[in-house]
Design a binder for this molecule. Structure first.
Ligand code: SAM
Length: 216
């Protein structure tokens, strides 16, 4: 079973969906026309996504093809109609059933608050990488994770992704680091507490001080 899931990752990475626009000669363009993360990250998610897993990701790419292949009950958010069209054509041409895939068009920071807050098992945050969008994505998706659910953050090598969020997840004992690579990490939510709690319930961040200390 695990071999199958890992084999599916290898298969999609060998023939990825070219969904991200490229400009001739632009050194910043992704290889094969699609941005991607480390193979180990996809393999980690493969292990936690049996058919019917309730998943949501911000951004679209290789991961979206995999969530469809794994037959997850999946929501993907991207602002790009072209990405949606290219992925749909790719899935159809490869005979991958997309009936459990929903692609919401728009910026995640505006789309996420409008979605029904149904429970989720796994969330993959890999959309806009500029602060504060990753932390907004985390807030609106992770509050829907059931106890035991998993959030995977990509591009933690970017300070704009780490800022605030990494400190918090490392400090809060209700988030348990499960696995990580060079760019990504996965945490398991231990409880289903609300994420909008007041500071008094977050003693793990340290006590109040008499004044705030800052060097200007
Ligand atoms: C790095 S790529 C995603 C790669 C993909 N997760 C994979 O594994 O192949 C980033 C994606 O985020 C999308 N994006 C950019 N800004 C966004 C936003 N504000 N909300 C949602 N998606 C966004 C881009 O259009 C692109 O599809």
């Amino acid at each position: 079973m695990l071999d199958d899931a890992f084999g599916q990752v290898t298969r999609i990475l060998a023939d990825p969906p070219s969904v991200h626009p490229t400009t001739a000669g632009n050194p910043g363009d992704p290889p094969d026309g699609v941005w991607r993360t480390e193979q180990a990250c996809y393999e980690f998610m493969a292990q936690h996504c049996p058919p019917g897993t309730r998943t949501l990701e911000t951004g679209l790419g290789v991961s979206t093809a995999l969530f469809a292949l794994w037959q997850c009950d999946h929501t993907c958010i991207t602002p790009s109609p072209q990405e949606k069209e290219h992925l749909s054509a790719y899935l159809e041409s490869r005979g991958i059933d997309a009936s459990s895939l929903r692609i919401e068009l728009g910026l995640s920071q505006f789309v996420l608050p409008t979605l029904n807050r149904t429970p989720l098992d796994l969330v993959f945050i890999d959309g806009c990488h500029g602060f504060p969008v990753p932390i907004i994505d985390w807030f609106y998706t992770s509050q829907r994770l059931r106890a035991g659910g998993i959030v995977v953050l990509d591009n933690l090598n970017a300070p704009s992704v780490r800022l605030g969020l990494l400190d918090f997840l490392q400090a809060d004992p209700r988030w348990n680091l499960l696995s990580h690579g060079s760019w990504w990490a996965a945490w398991q939510r231990q409880t289903s507490h609300p994420l909008h709690e007041d500071w008094i319930t977050q003693p793990f961040l340290g006590p109040l001080t008499a004044t705030w200390e800052v060097t200007i």
